[in-house]
Design a protein around this ligand. Structure first.
Ligand SMILES: C[S@@+](CC[C@H](N)C(=O)[O-])C[C@H]1O[C@@H](n2cnc3c(N)ncnc32)[C@H](O)[C@@H]1O
Length: 329
């Protein structure tokens, strides 16, 4: 049992664990351990790294449940660590993505807390998505990380909503296209539009999120306009923006929407009070990196109001994500 000061020190050392995790992924350690346990010397030789240093980061990660030291300086992969293998769709790209530029931005978190503005812009000199547009490799990693984060929730959204009344679905900020792919597979009567910045559209065209039949790929800026359709899905996009910017995106959907259309925001709602939730961590990432925020149901209702839309109902899917359905006010 840790005493209070040890517990605080453990919290303060969180960055060591997250960067050690990233280093083992970059070295391909989880793949090397896929066939069974190995000594640190073998792993170091295979990855051209320093055996003693590698031992130290793996020793740190073992009590976190990622590896198990089965003999002195011999490790095997645990069930949790196996999620980091490159042949498993999983969180490895998320860990790599969040521990690169986002990690550097976090050094200036205090700036965000004092000003309400994203630390990322101060550290990198431009907003997150502008920066990604100029860094295609990091943009591709970002899209792969989004696929990893969306595991389960894209299917969950696709199955939780009745798309029968509609004909043309627009996935606004659809990125890799995994959500649109899942919806189109279940709804052969629908045609789709994948709308995103050029980097997102490129990922979707390359099949990052699965097959996209009957789909038009349109690159553009959702602050200018969005394509026309009768049902809009906007998943994990509104949380990237402050209220003013988020309402501007919704207003553009409202303007382009055909009569009797619907706008569906798919987001994870922030639970009240002290309830632990990963979304509270993602919320602070939004604060520091994009300038956005995670919201409660009431906050989404106000955003819809500001955009000339009315929240009709909230559907809790079987995943950690809700659908907030709105129509013209
Ligand atoms: C957090 S990702 C979510 C992607 C996807 N909807 C998902 O659920 O995984 C936000 C998406 O918004 C796109 N985006 C950011 N700014 C944009 C803009 N101005 N116009 C269109 N898309 C934009 C990004 O390229 C990215 O694909």
């Amino acid at each position: 049992m840790l005493n209070p000061s040890q517990q605080i020190m453990r919290l303060g050392l969180g960055f060591a664990v997250s960067q050690a995790l990233r280093a083992t992924i970059e070295l391909g350690i989880p793949d090397l351990l896929a066939a069974g346990e190995q000594s640190v010397d073998e792993l170091a030789a295979a990855t051209q790294s320093d055996a003693d240093s590698l031992y130290r980061i793996m020793r740190l990660l073992a009590p976190e449940g990622v590896f198990r030291e089965v003999l002195p300086r011999h490790f095997e992969l645990t069930e949790i660590g196996a999620a980091l293998r490159s042949d498993r769709p999983g969180p490895r790209d998320f860990v790599r993505m969040i521990n690169s530029e986002a990690y550097l931005a976090f050094e200036q978190l205090l700036h965000s807390v004092r000003t309400g503005k994203p630390a990322f812009d101060k550290v990198f000199g431009s907003p997150r998505f502008d920066w990604l547009s100029e860094h295609p490799e990091q943009a591709a990693l970002f899209q792969r990380a989004m696929v990893a984060l969306g595991q389960g929730s894209n299917e969950a959204v696709a199955e939780a909503y009745e798309f029968k009344p509609f004909t043309r679905i627009v996935d606004v900020g659809g990125g890799h296209g995994q959500l649109l792919s899942a919806i189109l597979a279940r709804n052969p009567h629908l045609s789709g539009v994948l709308f995103d910045l050029p980097s997102g559209v490129a990922a979707a065209r390359q099949g990052a999120g699965g097959d996209l039949p009957r789909t038009e790929f349109i690159a553009g800026d959702f602050f200018e306009s969005v394509p026309s359709g009768d049902v809009y899905v906007i998943k994990k996009v509104v949380h990237d923006w402050n209220d003013e910017r988020a309402a501007a995106i919704l207003r553009n959907c409202s303007k382009a929407m055909l009569p009797n259309g619907k706008v569906l925001i798919a987001e994870t709602l922030v639970p009240p009070g002290n309830e632990p939730s990963q979304i509270k961590g993602i919320d602070v990432v939004m604060l520091a990196v994009t300038g956005g925020m995670e919201r409660t149901q009431g906050q989404y209702a106000s955003l819809f109001d500001a955009a000339g839309l009315r929240l009709e109902r909230v559907i809790q899917t079987r995943g950690p994500i809700s659908i907030l359905e709105a129509s013209a006010a």
